[in-house]
Structures are given as structure tokens and as C-alpha cells.
Design a protein around this ligand. Structure first.
Ligand SMILES: Cc1cc2nc3c(=O)[nH]c(=O)nc-3n(C[C@H](O)[C@H](O)[C@H](O)COP(=O)(O)OP(=O)(O)OC[C@H]3O[C@@H](n4cnc5c(N)ncnc54)[C@H](O)[C@@H]3O)c2cc1C
Length: 566
């Protein structure tokens, strides 16, 4: 049988970072088990590499787990598609590449609830550690940035897309106008995001290709003999010793199914590190006997540790907004996806690292607070009391979109995102096998405050789109249409189309066990001696922007915590 010092389950965004950092020491051996596909041989890697094709690798593709949620009561009972990367690099290989850290405040709150060492000042160096920053092109002087915010020596390329969609420039301008919310244009990765910024992205500047945790950290480590990655390897169970240490379970390895379907065991002489993501990590704990006792027993699993928080506290950022028809000079994904000649032209440009496909589909974001008087009117005291640098909303625009009627036209989708959701959900298992996907219940918009905030945000986005700045390019509101005006009708219009931006987190929360926590501040699972979780599942409170950058940070810090305990 195979022995390693560490077995890392999930070669995704976080897992490859942990494995790369641990194997910097040639005396340490690490095996990474990844259920999904190999980057190069299994899939047309072009789709993963071209930033402007990011929408094509989500939903329905073979590099995706293709989750769907259970019917969402407050989203018109829809079962919403929930992509997760099923490929080495995980969701960093299939996501939209926006590198955002959000406000410093949530991290300070992580520390305030008892997680020493996780405040903004503690984690800031870990954000920088992954990054290798390249400033925008000389002709992109309209992009505000501060190189010092990124300055690190890590393998992950962070830069701005060589192509910024015109709609992003228009929308950013409108948000900085006095007629809009009058936000300031700024570098937004400095912990104080309130304002408008162009999105830093994980794209290699030399050739405008996606930089995933595989192409950065994974490739960096792959020549080391102490670093081994196995794709097509689905972990089925954590194995524990019959004897406990100080009352805690001791993991001895991981059982998995290899590419031939055979059951194998990988032994971990030191630790098992779970980086299977916000759905995979809680699932693996539960099928291994660590989780809410009733749920485990209901699936015929022996309860080794009754840990009620496993799979709970599912947090996410909901995305919704109207759709506008715009003039044809505004480039959109709709234009090239319906026009082979145009697509080929763009691909030819991309080969030189330029043109419409060299940037991700979304290039700007704004972060804002909702005015106090509105928050008072809906009784949202908790939101009002969030530290003043903690944004309530994120605004963005997608250069693409569709209208439910399927009408032809050139569309864009400006949208709002709820940054501090009150609606929480959970992940539950349906069997003792990891071959059966767990049920995903986000419970979106189950909170009345979330509903009211969503309606407010929707109206604001509409006002901006119908304002003076956008007038030269906006032809009309294609969805839901200007006859939809009452709060009730707007909420129904939101419910009919809202979807997450795939930031699932919180399902193995780092907080006190008595408060539903699953891991302590060293990321060790309660009731175990040597199982850690080091991915988006550990966020006790969701960060205020997209979750990839914080996942890199968590993984960097996890590697140091593990090294310190050797
Ligand atoms: C379509 C999409 C777009 C997104 N856009 C952005 C964006 O622009 N910016 C941003 O910041 N965030 C974005 N996100 C979110 C961000 O990508 C994720 O939060 C982050 O990558 C999650 O990292 P992770 O390591 O927790 O999980 P993942 O990267 O998903 O890694 C988990 C890995 O574990 C593997 N795995 C699961 N179960 C098992 C098992 N039993 N055995 C073996 N392996 C297993 C999976 O195959 C996967 O590779 C997006 C996500 C998606 C899906």
C-alpha cells in the first residue's frame, strides 16, 4: 500500500496550493486525490484557457460536477444549476477568474468570534504570498491599481484583462456619476473595496490564458518526486485508527476509487487534509462518520463524532438583475456565440493574447453600502451595524445575457449581488457513498431582509441603466420590462431568474463547536487529531466579494499551520 506524509483530498483551488507549499520541503511527501479530470488529456484545454470563453465551461460540460439545488421555494421553486469544477484545479479551472478579496471587516469578524490569527492584518500577507502581479497595459490608464497590494512572489498570475468590455466601462462610469450612487473609482483589493474597480483576474499576461491553481501551483510542484497527483480518484472514506489519542480520532488514510473503478487505500502517516470544496468536504466527513448523528444514522453510517455543524451554514452570494438590449457597438458574448466568423476572428486575435476573448466575461465590480434610512425602514439593524468598510452589495455587469422569451438581440446583464446574506442553507447526504451527490439546499431569499434588499438593489441597477450615462447605448429593458414596477412584481421577477455566483462556503465553519463550528482556528476538525479542512467550507462568515482569492489565502495559511505542527 501507498504511504505518504499527507493525503490531500481534492486537487482543486485550495488543494494544490496546500500540496505545493508542503512539498517545498523535499522530506515531505504528499498525495493529492482528485475525483475529476486531467487538465490536458481529457478535455479540449482551449476552453479552459481562453478567458473570454469562461461561460462555456460551466453548466453541462464534462469538467463540471453539474450539481443542481433542491427546489428553491423563494426562487419560484426552481432547481438551480450549481457548477463546481470537476477537473484538476477544481473551480479555479472553470471559474470567471475575478480575483477579489472584499472588505477587511469579515476577516476581522472571523478573528473576533474566536479565530486568533485570522484578522485582516494576519491574513493580508497570505493573500499577497500567492500572487505575481503584472500592471495593466499602457493603454489601460483608466484602471486604478496599487501594485503594492498584490506584491508577492507566488506562482499565481494576477493582472487585468487585456480586453475590457465597453459595457464595463460605461457601467463603471455611471456608478461614479452623481446621477448614480456616486462611488469613487479605486483599487478595491486593499481591504477597503467600497467604490468601483476593474477586476484583477487570474490570467497570465504573456499569452492571456487562465491561470488556475493547476497551471500555477500544480505545475510548479509537478517535477518534485515528493508531490503526486492522481486524477480520476474519488475519495470514498477517511480511515481512522481503532484507538483514539487524547479522546480524538486519529486518521490513518483515505479510501478511494481509482480510474479503473477499483478501491484503493492511501495511507497518511501525518494528516489527512480535506480540500474537496464546500460540497465535497462536508460530504466526506459525513460518510466517514463525522457529522450530525441523526443524518448519519439515517444513512446507515456509524457515528464516530457527533458534530452537528457539518454541512450546515451554507452561505452564498445571490446574483440577479434586469437585462438590457444595447447597441451593436457594445461587444457581448451573444454576438460571437451566434457568429462563427466573428468567433474565429476573436480566436485568431486571442492567439496573440489580444482581443475580445483575452479578458474574462466580467471586468468590473462596485461595492457599496445601502443608505441607513432604507436599512432602518426594513429593520436591518445588523446590516446597518456592520463596520463601515463592509459592503452590503456588489454590482457588476456581464457582457452577455438572454431574455426568457428567447428574442434575438444584443443583451447585457447588469446585476446586484447580496454580499451579506441572511438566508442560509445546508448540504446533506443521501447515502453513505460519495458516488451519490449530496443535496444542496441554499435557501436563497428565505430571509425577508434579503428579499427587501434585493428589490432595492434591483431598482437601483435599473435607475443606473436608464440614466444619462447609459442612454447612448441602452435600447431598452428586455427583462422584466418597465411595466414591472411594484415591489411584489420586482421580487417575482428576481425569483424567476436569480442564480448564485457559485461562492458556496461555510459548510465546515471555523468557529466554536458549541456554535456549530466544525474546525478550530488551526483548521483541525473537532473530535479528530489530524484531519483538517482547508477550503471555502471553513469560512465562518462569507467574505464580502468573490471567494477564489480568500480560498488561495486560506490554503496558504493552512500550509503554514500544518508545517508549524509537524
Ligand atoms: C462557474 C464558477 C464561476 C466562479 N467565478 C468566480 C470568480 O470569478 N471569482 C471568484 O473569486 N470566485 C469565483 N467562483 C468561486 C470560486 O471559484 C470558488 O469559491 C473556489 O474556487 C472554491 O475553491 P475550493 O478549493 O473550495 O473548491 P474547488 O476548487 O471546487 O475544489 C474542490 C476539488 O475537490 C474535488 N473533489 C470533490 N469531492 C471529492 C472527492 N470525494 N474525492 C476527490 N476529489 C474530490 C473536486 O473535483 C474539486 O477539484 C466561481 C465558481 C464557479 C463554479
Amino acid at each position: 500500500a501507498d504511504h505518504y506524509d499527507y493525503v490531500v483530498v481534492g486537487g482543486g483551488n485550495a488543494g494544490l496550493v496546500v500540496a505545493e507549499r508542503l512539498t517545498e520541503d523535499s522530506n515531505i511527501s504528499v498525495l493529492v486525490l482528485e475525483a475529476g479530470l486531467d487538465y490536458n488529456s481529457d478535455f479540449n484545454v482551449t476552453y479552459l484557457s481562453v478567458p473570454g470563453l469562461d461561460l462555456t465551461v460551466t453548466g453541462g460540460s464534462m469538467v463540471d460536477w453539474n450539481y443542481t439545488t433542491v427546489p428553491q421555494e423563494h426562487l419560484a421553486n426552481r432547481q438551480v444549476a450549481y457548477p463546481r469544477g470537476y477537473v484538476i484545479g477544481g473551480s479555479s479551472s472553470t471559474n470567471f477568474m475575478a480575483y477579489t478579496r472584499g472588505s477587511a471587516a469579515p476577516y476581522d469578524e472571523w478573528a473576533a468570534i474566536g479565530n486568533e490569527g485570522w484578522g485582516w492584518n494576519d491574513v493580508y500577507p497570505y493573500f499577497k504570498k500567492s500572487c505575481k502581479f503584472t500592471p495593466p497595459l499602457a493603454n489601460q490608464s483608466y484602471i486604478p491599481y496599487e501594485a503594492s497590494v498584490y506584491a508577492g512572489e507566488g506562482p499565481l498570475s494576477v493582472t487585468f484583462g487585456h480586453y475590457i468590455e465597453p459595457i464595463s466601462v460605461y457601467f463603471a462610469d455611471a456608478l461614479t456619476n452623481k446621477t448614480g450612487p456616486n462611488l469613487e473609482m479605486k483599487e478595491t483589493n486593499d481591504g477597503a473595496p467600497i467604490g468601483v474597480g476593474y477586476l484583477a483576474t487570474t490570467v497570465k499576461p504573456a499569452d492571456s490564458t487562465r491561470d488556475s491553481s493547476w497551471t500555477s501551483f500544480g505545475v510548479e510542484a509537478s517535477s518534485r518526486s515528493n508531490f503526486k497527483v492522481q486524477t480520476h480518484s474519488l475519495a470514498s472514506r477517511i480511515l481512522f485508527s481503532d484507538t483514539k489519542s487524547n479522546g480524538n480520532l486519529v486518521a490513518t488514510g483515505v479510501e478511494y476509487t481509482d480510474s479503473t473503478g477499483a478501491t484503493q487505500t492511501a495511507y497518511a502517516d501525518k494528516e489527512v487534509v480535506l480540500t474537496a470544496g464546500a460540497f465535497g468536504s462536508p460530504q466526506l466527513l459525513m460518510v466517514s462518520g463525522v457529522g450530525p448523528s441523526q443524518q448519519l444514522q439515517g444513512n446507515g453510517i456509524d457515528v464516530l463524532v457527533d458534530l452537528p455543524g457539518v454541512g450546515q451554514n451554507l452561505l452564498d452570494h445571490l446574483f440577479f438583475g434586469p437585462v438590457y438590449e444595447v447597441t451593436n457597438n457594445i461587444t457581448t458574448a451573444g454576438q460571437f456565440s451566434n457568429n462563427v466568423t466573428l468567433y474565429q476572428e476573436y480566436m485568431a486575435e486571442w492567439k496573440f493574447g489580444e482581443g475580445e476573448l483575452s479578458g474574462a466575461i466580467s471586468s468590473m465590480s462596485a461595492w457599496e453600502r445601502v443608505p441607513d434610512d432604507f436599512l432602518d425602514s426594513i429593520g436591518a439593524t445588523e446590516l446597518k451595524n456592520l463596520r463601515e468598510d463592509w459592503n452590503h452589495l456588489q454590482l457588476e455587469v456581464i457582457a452577455g445575457g438572454s431574455v426568457p422569451s428567447g428574442k434575438a438581440g444584443n443583451y447585457v446583464s447588469p446585476a446586484a449581488v447580496l454580499s451579506y446574506p441572511f438566508s442560509k442553507g445546508n448540504v446533506t447526504i443521501v447515502s453513505a457513498s460519495t458516488k451519490d451527490k449530496p443535496l444542496v439546499q441554499p435557501n436563497w431569499l428565505s430571509s425577508e431582509i434579503d428579499q427587501k434588499l434585493a428589490v432595492w438593489a434591483f431598482k437601483q441597477v435599473r435607475e443606473v441603466m436608464l440614466g444619462d450615462t447609459m442612454a447612448p447605448i441602452v435600447l431598452g429593458e428586455a427583462y422584466p420590462g418597465l411595466d414591472v414596477t411594484s415591489d411584489e412584481d420586482i421580487l417575482a421577477a428576481i425569483a424567476a431568474v436569480a442564480h448564485p455566483i457559485y461562492q458556496a462556503s461555510g459548510t465546515c465553519a471555523m468557529k466554536a463547536e458549541a456554535d456549530g463550528g466544525v474546525v478550530d482556528s488551526k483548521l483541525v476538525v473537532y473530535g479528530t487529531q489530524n484531519v483538517r479542512v482547508a477550503d471555502a467550507s471553513i469560512f465562518p462568515i462569507i467574505t464580502s466579494a468573490n471567494t477564489m482569492a480568500p480560498v488561495y489565502m486560506v490554503a496558504e495559511k493552512a500550509a503554514d499551520l500544518i508545517k508549524a505542527d509537524q
